[in-house]
Design a binder for this molecule. Structure first.
Ligand SMILES: Nc1ncnc2c1ncn2[C@@H]1O[C@H](COP(=O)(O)OP(=O)(O)OP(=O)(O)O)[C@@H](O)[C@H]1O
Length: 327
């Protein structure tokens, strides 16, 4: 596809016996804001480092802007802006002077450099603070300065690794809005790595969910969040009974349905012939089996739905990294 700007194929990174990134396939389209979402240690940073050509894949391919990052990392670096979670600045220099320094490193003339830097300071809302030493900037201001720094070279892609860590909620909102407007107005492709589902959800067109080096799910936010948050019934169990009638020919389903609905954790029960579809907030397989057997209808089969997105969410994120300390 001509519009693909980042492409990973079977991308794998091993450290000794440990697989940090496991056969990743991913395509990101030009102008997209894509979120890499996953808990600490999931492999997000390693994937980013491979995209930037800063670490070599063990196997597989990675290309950015049509360039193989492993073969030509310098060319990739020219076109991609990378904002790590904590940007290093010359603390004694003003914000503006820091940007001018980067602009000069990128071979802009003084006139061009001043013009671009002042425009960027405006763009990221740091004009007022431009003469202040970078060492005196708040965390949110530093990240905005970092974004301006990355934009000095007019990148086609920007990669942000946990850019909102340690920023207060208003700062986060402003920073994320800035990213979205940049992407929309200048058609910059943005790859945002984070373990904050809600932040990613606010700004990304699509997300990929990383767990233990694997991309477990990817897609449009509406679909994924629907799947992630429809967790009133995260468990779904299907039970088949032997008979659907009593010995005198009366239908049994209604009585059994009511009994199943009364079980702790069961939210819904749908009946279709001799099949019962049970939605619940917890694993109810044992209770369901017992109820059906006790009722004397004969249990033919019992299956719990395996590994839905909600299960992934519950298992890996909830109560852990995602909702840990931040709002
Ligand atoms: N140089 C290395 N040597 C050995 N193991 C490494 C190395 N770099 C990363 N790892 C391991 O690879 C796994 C993935 O790490 P990575 O930093 O990519 O995860 P992450 O998703 O970016 O997490 P975080 O959100 O904490 O940055 C982790 O288990 C990490 O300990």
């Amino acid at each position: 596809m001509s519009d693909t700007i980042i492409e990973l194929k079977g991308l794998t990174k091993k450290y000794g016996d440990f697989t940090a990134v496991d056969r990743l396939d991913l395509s990101i389209t030009k102008g997209e804001v894509f979120g890499l979402l996953g808990p600490n240690g999931a492999g997000k940073s390693t994937t980013i480092l491979m995209m930037l050509g800063l670490t070599e894949p063990t196997s597989g391919k990675v290309s950015v802007c049509g360039i193989d990052s492993t073969v030509n990392p310098i060319e990739v670096k020219r076109r991609v802006g990378y904002l790590p979670d904590d940007v290093g600045f010359y603390e004694q220099l003003s914000g503006r002077d820091n940007l001018l320094y980067t602009a000069r490193l990128n071979r802009l003339s003084w006139r061009e450099a001043e013009k671009r830097v002042d425009r960027l300071l405006d763009r990221v809302g740091l004009r007022e603070a431009s003469a202040k030493k970078a060492g005196k900037y708040s965390r949110g201001m530093r990240q905005r300065l970092g974004l301006a720094d990355v934009l000095v070279k007019n990148p086609e892609v920007i990669i942000l690794d946990e850019p909102t860590l340690g920023i207060d909620p208003i700062g986060v909102r402003e920073f994320l809005d800035l990213i979205v407007s940049l992407s929309r107005e200048e058609r910059i492709t943005v790859l945002l790595s984070s373990h904050h589902l809600h932040q990613v959800q606010q700004v990304c067109d699509r997300v990929g969910i990383f767990v233990a080096g694997k991309l477990l799910a990817q897609g449009n936010i509406a679909e994924l969040s629907k799947a992630l948050f429809s967790d009133k019934e995260p468990y779904s169990t299907e039970a088949r009974i032997e008979r659907t009638e009593t010995t005198d020919g009366r239908p049994l389903a209604e009585g059994l349905r009511a009994r199943l609905l009364g079980l702790r954790g069961v939210v819904s029960v749908r009946v279709d012939g001799n099949r019962f579809y049970i939605g619940s907030t917890q694993d109810v397989t044992t209770l369901v089996a017992q109820t059906i057997v006790d009722s004397g209808f004969g249990l033919k089969s019992l299956n719990m739905k395996e590994y839905g997105l909600d299960d992934i969410y519950t298992k890996y994120f909830e109560g852990g990294e995602l909702y840990g300390k931040t709002a």
